[in-house]
Design a binder for this molecule. Sequence first.
Ligand code: GDP
Length: 456
Amino acid sequence: MLSFNTIVAPATPPGEGGVGIIRLSGPRAVEFLDVVFQGKTLATAMKSHRLYHGHLFNQHSVRVDEVLVVVMRAPRSYTGEDVVEVHCHGGSQILRTVLDLFLASGASMATPGEFTQRAFLNGRIDLTQAEAVVDMIKARSERASRVAMDQLDGHLSRKIYHFSGQLKDALALLEAHIDFPDDEVGTLDLPGLLVPVHELSLEMASLASSFDVGRALREGIKVLILGRPNVGKSSLMNALLGESRSIVTEIAGTTRDTLEEQLILDGFPIRLVDAAGVRDTFDLIEQEGVRRARAKALTADLILMVVDGCCPLIDEDFLALELCHPSKTVIVVNKSDQAQACDLELLSSFPQQVSISAKYNLGLTALREAIVGRLSSDKALSGSEGVVITERRHRDALLRAIASLEELQRSVDAVAPLECLALELREALSALGQITGETTPDEILDHIFSQFSIGK
Ligand code: GDP
């Protein structure tokens, strides 16, 4: 274990709450508690992972708060060091006072993410697990938190260690042939070595491609409402948001009139985008309008293509329809409250169609089911398929590892010396090591931990 000073920070967010927790970590954590705590048991005599009741006193022996405290002794703690948590009354003044008590005893204020950074540096968790802690805290939906929990459990790390283990075996074999003559270690079976390496790079590519799903779960699945003017797009947006208004949050930095809202449907985090945002109105007759709409349609995970059920389809509808791929489109036939005159057989290439009235809230349950059904049928999105990566950093490292393995194949084809092949394998290993943190440069580590809040 590396040795550090003892740090302290509130572990609960600022503001009022039932309980507020001050956390300490480091070699003097228990000693600092002992100075301010009085109860039936001395802090130094407390058993690990047990709650004890008592009071905190300041340096003038004035009682500051009634508390529950827990000592978690190294190495069985979050950071791997001695950790103390003091459960106070959850008010900002009391937390400030208790924090000051520990600072006055000699503890240092923790920097953002320092507890988790120590857990990483002490080998309690690897970098993917540290990143999962942030994802877990920031998850806005059940599915996003499930992916984060899997990563925290080490699912991604195990996969990466499996890749690097295989590559290390191949490298050991190559190095044996570099260091010793063939008559000592036998002839090198290069094709035999390359087959598993090729299979590995396919597995890596598949993992890298799961980033699209991971990103969607983390940032929200982009559902685009598309259609010509006046078919009822805004009405549909409002109708979908209607019941779930209370859990809708606006994306930071945007205003209501960008017409992007978030909602959760059956645990799926959704970013609902009205293609005809107020500032971003596009006219499908205008080339620029079509270009913008196409760009939005391309990046959408799902399109709700709205048509007006009470009139025949017109050119502008077809322009919008051209932007929709049937596999990721639900046709929404709006205005079902009026006599229907839309020639739906012209839309037969789109298997999924739902009839609604956005204005009168008819058919919305069926539409929600269609959306959820579409998202659930995506095995990766619904979480039924293996490990998903959520960080661009992980995907880029995987792509670098794959590129090195491709280079390895080219070197073999060019009958390059074994040293060159070993070099490519080492590069691939180094790229993989950046995912788990073994070979990650310090500035990237600092950047990752700086995204944490104080006390985590
Ligand atoms: P957008 O331009 O596609 O966003 O369409 P709006 O949502 O602004 O709706 C255009 C017009 O259609 C408005 O006058 C709405 O009141 C009307 N409208 C929208 N949905 C319905 C519906 O389900 N039934 C009827 N009868 N009118 C609707």
